[in-house]
Design a protein around this ligand. Structure first.
Ligand SMILES: Nc1ncnc2c1ncn2[C@@H]1O[C@H](COP(=O)(O)OP(=O)(O)OP(=O)(O)O)[C@@H](O)[C@H]1O
Ligand SMILES: [Mg+2]
Length: 508
């Protein structure tokens, strides 16, 4: 039992000495100096005490019957619970060998009898402080170990979640990029490489997003980027824009953007909607053609009837003697009526709903048959025609329609060029399509006009009717073909793509 049990937080010292006078003296000194003391008059008793409760420090006599101090000390040091309790030997044996023995047994200090009370107190104080320090270090050590273990766990969890996100990032259907605040693209997925034509190494941390947008859209997109970081609610999360790939092709895209929480980075996923947009345009165009068809059916007949009457009378009067000197005027009037009639005929063929005479034909052969007519046109205006025809599959075509299509595209091309220009007509196979291309060296079509191409009566020419291309689109639609236009300051190419196995559309 410790003396001074009332003060439990005071350091506890186990004093072991077989000489009662020493034991009492030490007990008195220590109790008077603020320690709780447990005296034991033998090593065995000391061991029994410690089985119940451990002290903070042990003052241990060396020479004792039965179990001497060294033995007690060795037992303590062998036990995990007590190995760190400081042991100070107190002994009358004052030679080096004994002291070495003491330290070897695990003691931290060695005091020789007779001792000074101050010396004992000072050493106890020192060793208790050292022990406290050691304990603090041990605790810190445990904390650090726990922290390391926790960090490792977190790292593992982070790695796992990063792998998860990377999988999502890579396998999400659309092209995705992570964009830094300064507009650098720091990470892209395979989808982005596919749409852009660049490799990851060429983009990651090297390219800014401005390189992928057409100039007209850039100001808007950069404004969104800035504003998203300041006032995210004022910016749409999804918007349409135009994307430029490595080859300079422009694609319509739908962008979905979101800030990555807690960062200034955004993640943008891009969907290519070029085909969808093209289809939308085609639908609008077809709607217009349908409307024109309905109008044409209604009025063409009504106009032609009176025109036939007028033409008949003009011809009749032209042959009369009294109008002989006006014959030229009659001819002019008849010519003008014929021109009006031919416009109506063309107008009606725009509105025509199906190709009447479908047979297996080869494009090359149709082009070659038309060549003299086309050459004549070109020579008249001092321009050149080049043919580059490759072997292509036969297609189900209405020959009259296809002649119209070729003539209209070729005439437009010739009209777009200054004298000396070359016009190239090509046929080739691309995947499962036969393509007819007509390329000129004109000045190209402006952005504003390209939207109107194919609209009936849209023309920029003084004598144009603006029905040529409307007719081409109508013929293409009837053959389930698609018209693509590539245009720039060095010229325009019209590409008409026919599906080799595509069925002909009889209902357009
Ligand atoms: N190859 C081309 N290069 C430049 N502009 C073109 C080309 N083809 C067509 N265009 C533009 O498209 C417009 C419409 O062409 P479209 O063939 O429908 O009518 P048009 O040639 O004006 O008259 P027409 O009915 O006599 O053919 C043209 O007026 C022209 O501005
Ligand atoms: Mg034309």
């Amino acid at each position: 039992m410790y003396y001074d049990l009332g003060k439990k937080d005071l350091p506890r010292i186990l004093v072991v000495d077989d000489v009662l006078a020493n034991l009492n003296l030490l007990t008195d000194i220590l109790t008077n100096h603020g320690y709780q003391v447990r005296p034991a008059n033998s090593g065995k008793l000391a061991m029994r005490f410690m089985a119940v409760e451990l002290p903070d420090l042990i003052l241990l006599d060396v020479k004792m019957p039965e179990m001497n101090g060294y033995e007690v000390c060795r037992h303590l040091k062998a036990d995990e619970r007590s190995r760190n309790i400081p042991v100070i030997f107190i002994s009358a044996l004052d030679n080096v060998t004994d002291k070495v023995h003491g330290f070897n047994a695990g003691g931290v200090d060695y005091i020789t009898k007779p001792f000074q009370a101050e010396e004992v107190l000072a050493r106890i104080k020192t060793h208790l402080s050292l022990r406290r320090l050691q304990r603090q270090l041990e605790e810190r050590n445990i904390q650090l170990r726990q922290e390391i273990a926790w960090r490792k766990q977190m790292e593992k969890a982070l790695q796992e979640s990063e792998e998860k996100y990377r999988t999502v990032f890579e396998t999400t259907g659309s092209a995705t990029a992570i964009i830094e605040e300064d507009t650098t693209i720091s990470l892209v997925n395979e989808g982005f490489c596919k749409i852009s034509g660049y490799s990851k190494e060429e983009i990651n941390d090297k390219k800014k997003f401005r390189e992928f947008f057409v100039d007209d859209d850039l100001i808007r997109v950069e404004k969104y980027h800035r504003l998203r970081r300041v006032a995210p609610n004022q910016v749409p999360n999804s918007y349409e824009s135009r994307f430029i790939d490595r080859q300079g092709n422009i694609r319509n895209i739908l962008i979905n953007v979101a800030l990555i929480p807690g960062t200034k980075k955004s993640v943008a996923s891009i969907t290519d909607i070029t085909d969808f947009k093209q289809m939308e345009k085609e639908i609008v165009r077809l709607d217009r053609l349908k409307l024109i068809g309905e109008m044409a059916a209604g009025i063409a007949h009504e106009i032609r009837n009176p025109m036939t009457t007028v033409r008949g009378f003009l011809q009749y009067y032209k042959s009369k003697k009294e109008f002989e000197q006006n014959r030229e005027h009659f001819d002019l009037m008849i010519e003008e009526l014929d021109r009006a009639n031919s416009i109506i005929t063309e107008y009606l063929s725009v509105a025509k709903s199906k190709s009447a005479d479908l047979k297996l034909h080869n494009f090359n052969q149709i082009v070659e048959t038309l060549l003299p007519l086309i050459q004549a046109d070109a020579i008249n205006s001092n321009k050149y025609i080049q043919l580059e025809l490759s072997e292509i599959a036969d297609l189900l075509l209405d020959e009259k329609d296809i002649r119209q299509l070729i003539i209209n595209l070729v005439r437009n091309g010739l009209e777009a060029m200054s004298p000396g220009g070359h016009l190239t007509i090509r046929t080739f196979t691309d995947d499962d399509e036969v393509v007819l291309s007509v390329q000129d060296q004109g000045l190209g079509i402006s952005n504003a006009n390209i939207e109107k191409i194919g609209t009936p009566f849209f023309t920029t020419k003084d004598n144009g009717t603006g029905l040529g291309l409307a007719l081409c689109y109508s013929i293409a639609a009837r053959h389930n073909a698609i018209i693509n236009i590539q245009t720039g300051p060095n010229g325009t190419t019209f590409l008409v793509r026919f599906k080799i196995n595509g069925s002909v559309n009889l209902f357009v």
